[in-house]
Design a protein around this ligand. Sequence first.
Ligand code: ZN
Length: 287
Amino acid sequence: MPGRRIMAWMVAAAAVSGGAAVLAAHATAAHPPAPPVPEAQALDVRDLPVPVPIPGRPFHGPALRTPVPVLMYHVIGTPPPAAPYPELFVSRRLVAAQIAALARAGYHAVTLDRVWQAWHGRAPLPPRPVVLTFDDGYRGDYGAAMPILRRHGWPGVLNLLVANLHRHGWGLKAWMVRRMIANGWKIDSHTLTHPDLATVGPRRLRREVRGSRAVLRRLFHVPVRFFCYPSGAFDAAVIAAVRRAGYLGATTEIAGLARRSRPYTLARIRVAGGEPPAELLHTIGDV
Ligand SMILES: [Zn+2]
């Protein structure tokens, strides 16, 4: 009977796939973890990135010139006593208060992709847009920032340093990043190893800029359209490499508002540890 034959085939298929899973598990258990390989070998950049057009319905609005505040956060949490850069920590409670204050003041978080679309007449912007960027990739981005933003239905922008995916204890795990993406976050590249890009040679520059995009796209199946310069360091060669790798723009540590006329040197507003919400609103209003 055809029905029974189909049943038998399904059972056989399930057995084969189950067997494959067992084999895979066995192979993993039988072999100790591979020794670490040098970085150049570990990275596979065969999947070379190509510029990705921003999708979306044609929008017949004006190409806006609106300058947009882009906030720059680092670690969400309380600095341990010996933390070398305590000013890079902002406590979970303070982030929640800052975000609530922004919402009360009429701000609405968007992604850099959305800002770019608006600057090119492909999407509207809310009346008071703000972009919230989180640099490097710390555990608190997932454990604290994501739930806080979710309360407001806001997306975040994760400037992900690929090396931080392998840090035990405080780095983000790939599954955490996937959940952030599912919550509307955008993943932008912050290189493979966080070097000062203005001082590295052309091959390393290419690998850090182009290779990181390839790795992130392959890992997370997202476009990775923006770049963030490590420590804010860049020069003309770095900008050229970022353009060639297909990024639509890049964020810096230059203080100010991000402007359409400077897509590869987008200014940001640093959020210092301990900055009261009212002061942050004042800073945004002042720039
Ligand atoms: Zn960084």
